[in-house]
Design a protein around this ligand. Structure first.
Ligand code: SF4
Ligand code: SF4
Length: 272
């Protein structure tokens, strides 16, 4: 099995068997025969799970798709000792009568039926519509792994057939696991700094603190990720700046408020 710089090794499990390029098992004693291209046969079962993102995954997601931070995700209650960040109760995130632990993580938005909001319908098939932007969880699912200082893998495997890992797939997932370790390590460091800080612990303050740090690690610009205002407001700003339109001579009505771009205004209950 290949080992990368972070010492990542994929662990063969009964439902994620290692296979050769022709799909034959690489070890003799396997309970199930591997199926190559399992995802092509699957009704996107793992895209019904709750998917948490590191701040770095979130910035990569937003930059890749050209959308503000909260267009595709939202903060949800979490008490994870390493990943969760302090966040005051906010009625835009959680209903006022719902429990709130004072700490949160970022999670991909989900449709009312529980599917990821980024799933798209292609004929009779549901597929990831943001494949290049998908976060670490999606990149490394469903394989268990071990690295120099840690190990990981999904708590539950949703695959309907044994997910065969051929050498190309093994190399891809190994690199994605090493990337995931780097991103979550940077996430945990910036969360520790934030949690030890003086506050205020608002959504806006957290984004202003965490996004530029994440963007610097990724080597990307944070400007569009931290956009203020709704889509129409931002387009109008750009048209004004480009002199495509002239500013109104008289402001007859009060300018609308400029919310943090795409922050949810319909709060989720914790069990949704
Ligand atoms: S990883 Fe497994 S559950 Fe997810 S789409 Fe592929 S086969 Fe289905
Ligand atoms: S981002 Fe893509 S791969 Fe990940 S859960 Fe959503 S649809 Fe599935």
């Amino acid at each position: 099995m290949a080992e990368d710089d972070a010492g990542v090794v994929l662990l063969p499990q009964p439902f994620t068997p290692l296979a050769d390029a022709e799909g034959q098992p690489r070890s003799r004693l396997v309970p199930y025969r591997p199926v190559l291209g399992a995802c092509n046969l699957c009704p996107a079962r793992c895209c019904r799970l709750h998917v948490k993102l590191s701040v770095l995954d979130a910035v990569h997601f937003a930059v890749t798709l050209g959308v503000p931070l909260f267009a595709g995700l939202r903060p949800v209650a979490s008490e994870d000792p390493e990943h969760a960040f302090r966040l005051d109760r906010d009625p835009r995130v959680v209903p006022e009568d719902a429990p709130w632990p004072g700490t949160a993580e970022l999670e991909l938005l989900r449709r009312p039926d529980g599917g990821c909001h980024a799933l798209v319908q292609v004929g009779e098939h549901e597929r990831c519509g943001v494949y290049g932007a998908r976060p670490s969880f999606c990149r490394t699912y469903p394989v268990a792994w071990r690295a120099t200082k840690m190990e990981g893998g999904p708590k539950v495997i949703m695959c309907p057939v044994p997910y065969g890992v051929d050498p190309d797939e093994e190399a891809r997932i190994t690199a994605d696991v090493a990337r995931s370790i780097r991103l979550w390590g940077a996430h945990d460091a910036l969360v520790a700094e934030w949690n030890a800080g003086p506050g205020p612990f608002t959504v806006e303050a957290f984004a202003a603190f965490a996004v530029p740090r994440a963007a610097e690690v990724l080597g990307v610009s944070a400007a569009q990720v931290l956009a203020q205002g709704n889509r129409e407001q931002r387009l109008y700003d750009a048209m004004l700046e480009a002199k495509v339109v002239k500013p109104p001579r008289f402001q007859l009505v009060q300018a609308p408020a400029r919310p943090f771009a795409d922050l949810p205004i319909t709060p989720l209950r914790p069990d949704e």
